[in-house]
Write a protein that binds this ligand. Sequence first.
Ligand SMILES: *Cc1c(COP(=O)(O)O)cnc(C)c1O
Length: 471
Amino acid sequence: MADYTKPAPNSRPPSVDRIVRSGGAAALVDVHGRSEVTRAARLVLSDLRQKLLNGEATDLAEEAVVGAMSQLLARVSDHPLRRVLNLTGTVLHTNLGRATLPKEAIDAVVDVARGASNLEYDIAAGSRGDRDQHLEAALQRLVGCEAATVVNNNAAAVMLVLNTLALGRQVPVSRGELVEIGGSFRIPEIMSGSGCTLREVGTTNRTHLKDFERALGPDTGLVMKVHTSNYVIEGFTASVTEKELAALCQSNGLPFVVDLGAGSLVDLRRYGLPHEPTPAETLRAGADLVTFSGDKLLGGPQAGIIAGRKSLIDRLKANPMKRALRCDKMTIAALGAVLRLYADPDRLAERLPTLRALTRPIDEIRALADRLVEPFSRSFTGRASVTVVECTSVIGSGALPRKTIPSVGIAFCPLGERSSGTALSRICRSFAGLPTPVIGRIHDGAFVLDLRCLEHADELERIAGQLRIEP
Ligand SMILES: *Cc1c(COP(=O)(O)O)cnc(C)c1O
């Protein structure tokens, strides 16, 4: 054991060189490399010198210095982006990374990340290829489109469409559809950012075809309809259908674009879920282009997909902005693998994690809760009551905002007189502070873990044993 000494006038910390060459530091050098270990030694020793100057009790022993270095290096090498367990009940949680990729997609990412690939190379012809070629055929089959292209996310997809087809021109949009998605995607800002002028049409609750007719003029670039994915307007309402807008645009020679947002590739009713508009239906209703996200209901990587008429897709591809917004090879690999799973809809709910979570039988979730309640009760004895509760999950990411799915969770309710707010945030913090942080939600005075998205019960069971609750 190192002993703490009051600094004697002649006690000095060891030199950086001596510490870095010490036996204790050798293991750190193996993991972090000499230069990082030297940097840590400098920081720790300068801190020690400062403490000595302040007359504070300081441990100058070599092993104490190496111990402090090891802690510092562990903090620094903590990956800033790390895995967490999403037990919030929001299946597609934007702040927690949205869709979880299937194994097939992860394998495909690893494969192309490991070495060179035919990203923009046509192997048969031995010549330059197009990175969209890896996805276009699958999208043509699944969406029934003439052509498709893929960019970084759906916000980028909307920007590329607006900038290419309506730069410096007006774009009429219903006042009922001027959406904001998570703060940074707002239709008015996206319009001006893309170099277009938003032409607001109709009112918040009612927009009619004649409102659009009046808004069209020589300055109109295209007409856009936005799927109001994260809210619902109820009561005395009217909106113009895709079919009507498509006919209006066709007779005026204008492109008609629909931003679908979540855009499920299959009819979710097939899996007992509520219907969400599909890109195929929207194109059949007459849209010239549809845009949707890769990591919402589709269940793939972050991406923005634009599908529709070939003549328009060709113009998008020729815009230099396409180059700035394009996807990298790992995204293309992951999306390609996910699209291949859609070729077999019978097994999709088994293989695609997003759909698996959304369709998980409630009895299976309840069985998980019954199994986990006991180990958690043990770790929270005297601090919180731990019970199995009925709760509700939501899809998230703006999809079907009012649809909740019955689920089962574990509720932690603080005991005693202490202000329950403080006690609750203490429980939250103990879960967030785990090596794999566990994120739940606070509901009705309890901290709740919704188990719908828990794939590996063993992991949480182990966690229950590791929990250290602050006094
Ligand atoms: C989610 C959403 C977007 C933004 O998509 P990202 O993939 O997050 O960029 C745009 N429009 C609608 C209607 C959406 O629901």
